[in-house]
Write a protein that binds this ligand. Structure first.
Ligand SMILES: NC(=O)c1ccc[n+]([C@@H]2O[C@H](COP(=O)([O-])OP(=O)(O)OC[C@H]3O[C@@H](n4cnc5c(N)ncnc54)[C@H](OP(=O)(O)O)[C@@H]3O)[C@@H](O)[C@H]2O)c1
Length: 289
């Protein structure tokens, strides 16, 4: 049986962030007369995307950030989407922009990424922001990997000089997380190994990690025998299995050996949402001051 005490409660961290960000947003408004504003562009009616956008709206309300939703038909042309993006880029009342993915096949995602103003790019969608992160000089940290970083900081899990093993090399989670943990700053400075689907003998790597981050999108991939006793395990995965949300870590098993572990749901997810709010406030500060 897992001990309650080793479970990292993402919801509690997210609640603390919510209070801090709400206060910061109100103070920003009192100082500048400007309310931070986040605009979301969504094409079509994909249920998962619609759900995510509703959640963004709710979180904006919680922390006093204005929310704008631009719903376009799936068949909207690339030129029309680019025109809307330009309008939002130039609108001084808008501080952050999200283009909800996946985009329909007829739209070239790379073109949209490059068109999003880097100063309003609150989830590091534009390659300029990813490039800055790779150079060790980021303006924004992408929300999901930053949520993992935030959890490590708030739980006082030092990674400096430690070995962090990341399972997954996507440009949304695994790779940018490695770049964050490699930053030359006391809260980072980790030694990082990235594993992926072609990695041979995955367990031989995960067993060597002081911290293991699972971001593979494979339900219960990480088992107890793949983790050394005392390892910190962060589960980014969200997989639906028989109508239930489960992570990439076999929580029941691994929580018996992990020093600390995030559950799914209630781990990384709620913190990710708040990272988007934090980036929007940061974007507003950069644009107004
Ligand atoms: N909680 C949150 O806020 C949040 C946010 C974003 C994503 N997620 C979840 O995080 C997970 C990862 O998302 P993603 O966008 O990074 O997924 P992705 O683009 O599908 O990437 C998955 C990565 O895992 C690797 N992989 C797949 N199977 C593997 C295996 N058996 N062993 C080792 N590596 C394996 C893949 O390797 P290859 O590169 O070789 O294919 C790839 O690098 C998903 O479950 C997603 O739903 C959660």
């Amino acid at each position: 049986m897992n001990q309650e005490s080793n479970i990292i409660k993402g919801k509690t961290i997210a609640d603390a962030l919510e209070n801090e960000l709400k206060l910061a947003s109100i103070q920003f408004f009192q100082k500048t007369g400007v309310k931070p504003r986040l605009s979301v562009i969504i094409l079509g009616e994909d249920p998962a995307s619609l759900f995510y956008v509703r959640m963004i709206e709710k979180n904006c309300q919680k922390v006093n950030i204005e929310f704008g939703k631009h719903s376009l038909a799936t068949e909207t042309t690339e030129d029309k989407l680019l025109a809307l993006l330009q309008e939002l880029n130039q609108n001084e009342a808008v501080h952050g922009i999200i283009v909800q993915t996946p985009l329909p096949d007829h739209i070239k995602e790379d073109k949209i990424r490059e068109a999003l103003s880097p100063v309003k790019d609150v989830d590091c969608f534009n390659p300029i922001n990813m490039g800055k992160l790779a150079m060790g000089n980021p303006d924004f940290l992408p929300c999901t990997p930053n949520a993992v970083f935030e959890i490590l900081k708030r739980e006082k899990i030092e990674v400096e000089g430690k070995h962090v093993v990341i399972v997954g090399r996507s440009s949304v989670v695994g790779k940018p997380l490695a770049l964050i943990l490699l930053l030359k700053q006391p809260q980072a400075n980790a030694t990082v190994t990235i594993c992926h689907s072609r990695t041979k003998n995955l367990a031989s790597f995960t067993q060597k990690g002081d911290v293991v981050v699972a971001a593979a999108g494979v339900a219960r991939l990480i088992k107890k025998d793949m983790i050394r006793e005392g390892t910190v395990v962060i589960d980014v995965g969200t997989n639906e299995v028989e109508g239930k949300l489960v992570g990439d870590v076999d929580f029941e098993e691994v929580s018996q050996v992990a020093a600390k572990i995030t559950p799914v749901p209630g781990g990384v997810g709620p913190v990710t949402n708040m990272m988007l709010m934090q980036n929007t406030l940061q974007a507003a500060r950069k644009q107004v001051f």
